[in-house]
Design a protein around this ligand. Structure first.
Ligand code: PGA
Length: 267
C-alpha cells in the first residue's frame, strides 16, 4: 500500500534554542502513543538546529532539511553540503522551494543540480514546483510545472528517480490562506504524472509521491489532499503547532486505509 507523507517545513522559525526545545518537547508529547501507520512524518528545521533535532526528534518522525548546495565541498560561503546533512541523519531535503526561487534566485537548472547532489548522498529530495499567480492567470501553470519537473529530473536515472518526492506548491497559495480548488490540484497532479511518465515510464511515475503544499491545515485536507488524490502534504505555518501537525498526521493515517488507484489509469 502506498504511504502518505506529511512534511513540516519550519522555515526560518523557532528563533532560539529555548523555542526549539519547547517545540521538540511539545511534539514528543503530542505524538506519544499515537498510531501513525502508513504515514511518513518529516520535520525540516533550519540548518542551525538540525543537530539538535537529529538528537531529540521523537520516533518515528524523520528529519528533513530546507535546502542543500550542489557542490560536495569547497569555497562556498554559507552553503551546506549533502554529506553534512547525511552525517546528521537527515533523510530528506526540500529543494527548489518557491521562497528560495524568489529570494535566492534559484533557477530550474540549479534545482536539478541540487536533486542530484542529494541523491548522491542517499537523501530523498522533495522537489517543489509551482506557478506564480501571473502564470496561473495566464493559463501557463501546466507548462511551467512540466518544465520544472523535466529540469529537476534531468540526468536522474530511473532507479534513483523513485527516491524523489514532488510537492506541487502554487506560489500564490503559499503563506496566503488561499488554496486552489480540488479539481485544479488534481489537474496538476495529472500534469506532473504525465511529465514523469514521459521522462521515465508510467510505472515509475506511479511510484513517485506527489504532495500538495500551500496554506495547508487540518480542515482543508479533504480539499487539498484526499479529493485530488495527492500522496500527502507539505505544511508550512501550521507545522509550527505540534498539536495541529499530529492532528493532520492522524487524519492522513485514517484515510490511508482507503485503497488508491494508480493515477495512470486516469490519464
Ligand atoms: P504555508 O507554507 O503552509 O505556510 O503556506 C507552505 C510551504 O511553504 O511549503
Amino acid at each position: 500500500m502506498k504511504k502518505r507523507y506529511l512534511i513540516g517545513n519550519l522555515k526560518m522559525n523557532l528563533n532560539s534554542i529555548a523555542e526549539t526545545e519547547q517545540y521538540l518537547v511539545s511534539l514528543k508529547k503530542e505524538i506519544f502513543g499515537k498510531r501513525i501507520d502508513g504515514v511518513e512524518v518529516i520535520v525540516a528545521p533550519s540548518s542551525t538546529y538540525l543537530e539538535r533535532f537529529s538528537r531529540e526528534l521523537p520516533e518515528p518522525v524523520l528529519l528533513g532539511a530546507q535546502d542543500v548546495f550542489w557542490e560536495k565541498e569547497g569555497s562556498y560561503t554559507g552553503q551546506v553540503s549533502a554529506s553534512m546533512l547525511h552525517d546528521l541523519h537527515t533523510g530528506f531535503v526540500i529543494v527548489g522551494h518557491s521562497e528560495r526561487r524568489l529570494y535566492a534566485h534559484e533557477n530550474d537548472a540549479e534545482v536539478g543540480w541540487k536533486v542530484r547532489a542529494a541523491l548522491h548522498e542517499n537523501l530523498h529530495p522533495i522537489v517543489c514546483v509551482g506557478e506564480t499567480s501571473e502564470e496561473h492567470d495566464q493559463g501557463e501553470a501546466a507548462d511551467v510545472v512540466s518544465r520544472q519537473i523535466v529540469e529537476a529530473f534531468r540526468d536522474v536515472p530511473p532507479l534513483l528517480a523513485e527516491r524523489v518526492l514532488v510537492a506541487y506548491e502554487p506560489r500564490w497559495a503559499i503563506g496566503t490562506d488561499t488554496t486552489p480548488e480540488s479539481e485544479e490540484i488534481f489537474e496538476m497532479r495529472i500534469v506532473i504524472h504525465r511529465a514523469l511518465a514521459e521522462a521515465y515510464d508510467p510505472a515509475i511515475a506511479d511510484k513517485i509521491p506527489v504532495l500538495y503544499g500551500g496554506s495547508v491545515k487540518a480542515s482543508l485536507l479533504d480539499r487539498v489532499c484526499f479529493e485530488p488524490r495527492m500522496d500527502g502534504v507539505l505544511v508550512g505555518r501550521e507545522s509550527l503547532y505540534p498539536h495541529e501537525l499530529v492532528r493532520m498526521v492522524n487524519l492522513l493515517g485514517e484515510h490511508e486505509s482507503l485503497e488508491r488507484e494508480p493515477i495512470q489509469e486516469q490519464v
